[in-house]
Design a protein around this ligand. Structure first.
Ligand SMILES: C[S@@+](CC[C@H](N)C(=O)[O-])C[C@H]1O[C@@H](n2cnc3c(N)ncnc32)[C@H](O)[C@@H]1O
Length: 228
């Protein structure tokens, strides 16, 4: 599901370059939680047009970026050239291109909520990570997801939708909302230890004051660092 990003590959890629939630909130938080990445083997899930990949590569990381949409993978390859490896892959399938215990850090920025069942992917990530390696991810915040749902059953995993404005084009994104306990139980069941849970403040530079207020005062994204 969610070919939305690939259907608008160029528009989406240019939008996330400077957008408040991506450039001034998500990317700084993911980079900080990923820690020192120079010389490290990084597996990036949902690498899209390579916006975050670019930052990881600039920090000296050896990045393998995976995305299921070939149009985005093409854009990211053009952008990164030899500075990162980008492959088309569906995260619902085994990650056969990643050797076991080869990865220092997995980063998954705003992608896991497009997967209904996290179990098979988390088992794969546990296999790919070196002992002591970390999984760092952001998802749309479960509280906001609940408020956007029809609120008939908090405890189920369900599809919800949200409208976004990508540089003047309104699009509708659909994603899975899950209860808070499901986020952490699935990590624990896959053998991860929870290392950090964050609901950070945005970095300076969000141009729209109303968006800045929303990012500072409401539950927008949730950040987790889990260790193998
Ligand atoms: C919100 S974007 C991620 C943004 C990106 N992290 C960045 O910083 O620019 C979500 C990405 O996940 C990808 N995606 C969604 N479901 C996927 C799946 N099942 N397998 C692989 N990629 C998927 C989409 O194609 C999209 O590029």
């Amino acid at each position: 599901m969610s070919k939305l990003f690939g259907d608008h590959a160029e528009r989406y890629t240019s939008f996330v370059e400077n957008s408040g939630p991506n450039a001034h909130y998500d990317r700084p938080a993911i980079m900080r939680l990923a820690g020192e990445t120079a010389g490290k083997q990084i597996l990036e899930l949902g690498s899209a047009g390579g916006g975050l990949t670019e930052h990881l590569a600039a920090a000296g990381a050896e990045v393998l970026g995976l995305d299921h949409d070939p149009r985005l993978v093409d854009l990211a390859r053009k952008r990164l050239g030899a500075r990162a490896r980008l492959e088309t892959a569906d995260l619902n399938e085994p990650l056969t291109m990643v050797p076991s215990a080869s990865t220092d850090v997995v980063v998954a920025s705003l992608v896991l909520h497009y997967l209904k069942d996290w179990g098979p992917l988390l088992a794969e990530l546990h296999r790919c990570l070196k002992p002591g390696g970390a999984l760092v991810f952001s998802i749309h915040h479960p509280i906001t997801g609940w408020l956007r749902s029809d609120r008939t059953d908090y405890h189920r995993v369900e599809l919800i939708s949200e409208n976004w404005d990508w540089n003047g084009k309104t699009v509708t994104g659909r994603m899975y909302r899950r209860p808070v306990s499901a986020v952490f139980t699935s990590l624990l069941e896959a053998g991860f230890a929870i290392d950090a849970v964050e609901e950070p403040q945005p970095a300076p530079g969000v141009e729209d004051p109303e968006l800045d207020r929303i990012l500072r005062t409401t539950p927008v994204f949730l950040y987790v660092r889990a260790v193998r």
